[in-house]
Design a protein. Structure first.
Length: 274
C-alpha cells in the first residue's frame, strides 16, 4: 500500500492547503455496471488530464472508491491528494476498508456531521502517520463552527452556504481563518447558477441579475461561481462533481479562464451578492 502523499502534506505550522479545485466523487458510483465503470474512470482520467489533483470520495458513494482507485493507481502517488469519509461505528475499520477498496492510502479523512466520537481514533491515525489530515463535512455551517471551536481540525468541507448566492457561512470562514483551518466548499454549481432552474423564486431571479452583470465583463455565471469562494482567504478549495469526461473538461475550462478583478468591484455585483 502506498503511503499518503508527502508532496501535499503541509508544514505543521501552516494551514493545511488542499489544491484549489478537486473532483467530488458523489456522482462516480452510478450506475453500478461495466459501462458505469468505464464512464467513471474516463471522468477521473479527464479530470487528471485537466490538471485536477484533489479527489474526494466516500463509502456512501456506491462503487466510487473502487473506480477512483482503479483510475488513480496508474498515477504517481505523490502528485495528488485523496480524501474519503468515515462510515460506520468503527472509524479505524472504516478508514482501512476505504483504503482496501481504493488500493491506496488516503491523505485526508472527513467525519460526517455530528459523529465527533470518531475524532480520537482519527487523531491517533494522524499522529501515527497513517493519514495526514482530519476534517469534518456538513451542510450546516453552524455545526461546523461549533466543532471548529472545540476540536483541532485541519479542514472542514462545507456543502452549500458559501457561494455567489449565499454567504451565510461567512462567520464560519472567519473563525476558520483565525484558527488556521482550511475550508473546502462544494455545491457551488447549483441549478440557479447553471440556469437550468426556470422558477421565479428570489434566488433564481437574483442569479439572473448577477449573470447580467457578469456578462458585461465577458464572464459566465458558472465561471464566476467557481471563482468566487476562494476570494475568502479561508477557502482553499472548491469541489466540483461531474459524471462524464465532457462535464469535467467544461468545468476545468471555466476554472482556467481568468475573472477580471474589476468584476468583483462592480457596485451592481456587490449589491446583488451581499
Amino acid at each position: 500500500m502506498a503511503a499518503p502523499s508527502h508532496a501535499l502534506a503541509p508544514p505543521s505550522a501552516s494551514m493545511f492547503r488542499p489544491p484549489r479545485f478537486g473532483l467530488g466523487g458523489s456522482r462516480l458510483g452510478e450506475p453500478p455496471s461495466p459501462d458505469g465503470d468505464a464512464q467513471a474512470i474516463a471522468t477521473i482520467d479527464a479530470a487528471y488530464q485537466a490538471g485536477i489533483r484533489f479527489f474526494d470520495t466516500s463509502p456512501a458513494y456506491g462503487v466510487a472508491e473502487q473506480r477512483l482507485g482503479t483510475a488513480l493507481r496508474r498515477r504517481p502517488r505523490g502528485e495528488f491528494l485523496l480524501s474519503t469519509k468515515v462510515a460506520g461505528a468503527d472509524p479505524r475499520e472504516s478508514v482501512q476498508a476505504s483504503m482496501d477498496r481504493l488500493g491506496l492510502a488516503v491523505d485526508l479523512v472527513f467525519i460526517r456531521d455530528q459523529d465527533e466520537a470518531a475524532y480520537p481514533v482519527l487523531n491517533e491515525l494522524r499522529r501515527d502517520g497513517v493519514i495526514k489530515a482530519i476534517g469534518v463535512a456538513s451542510d450546516d455551517w453552524r455545526l461546523l463552527d461549533r466543532i471548529v471551536r472545540d476540536v483541532e481540525l485541519d479542514t472542514v468541507l462545507l456543502a452549500g452556504q458559501y457561494s455567489l448566492l449565499d454567504q451565510s457561512a461567512t462567520p464560519l470562514l472567519d473563525r476558520c481563518l483565525a484558527r488556521g483551518v482550511s475550508v473546502i466548499v462544494s455545491g457551488v454549481l447549483t441549478p440557479q447558477v447553471l440556469q437550468t432552474d426556470q422558477s421565479s423564486d428570489p434566488a433564481t431571479i437574483r442569479a439572473r441579475r448577477i449573470s447580467a452583470v457578469c456578462e458585461r465583463y465577458g464572464v459566465s455565471l458558472p465561471q464566476a461561481a467557481l471563482a468566487f469562494p476562494t476570494r475568502h482567504s479561508a477557502v482553499t478549495s472548491v469541489l466540483i462533481a461531474a459524471a462524464s469526461p465532457a462535464e469535467i473538461r467544461a468545468d476545468a475550462a471555466l476554472v482556467r479562464q481568468p475573472v477580471p478583478a474589476t468584476l468583483w468591484r462592480d457596485p451592481d455585483l456587490l449589491r446583488l451578492v451581499s
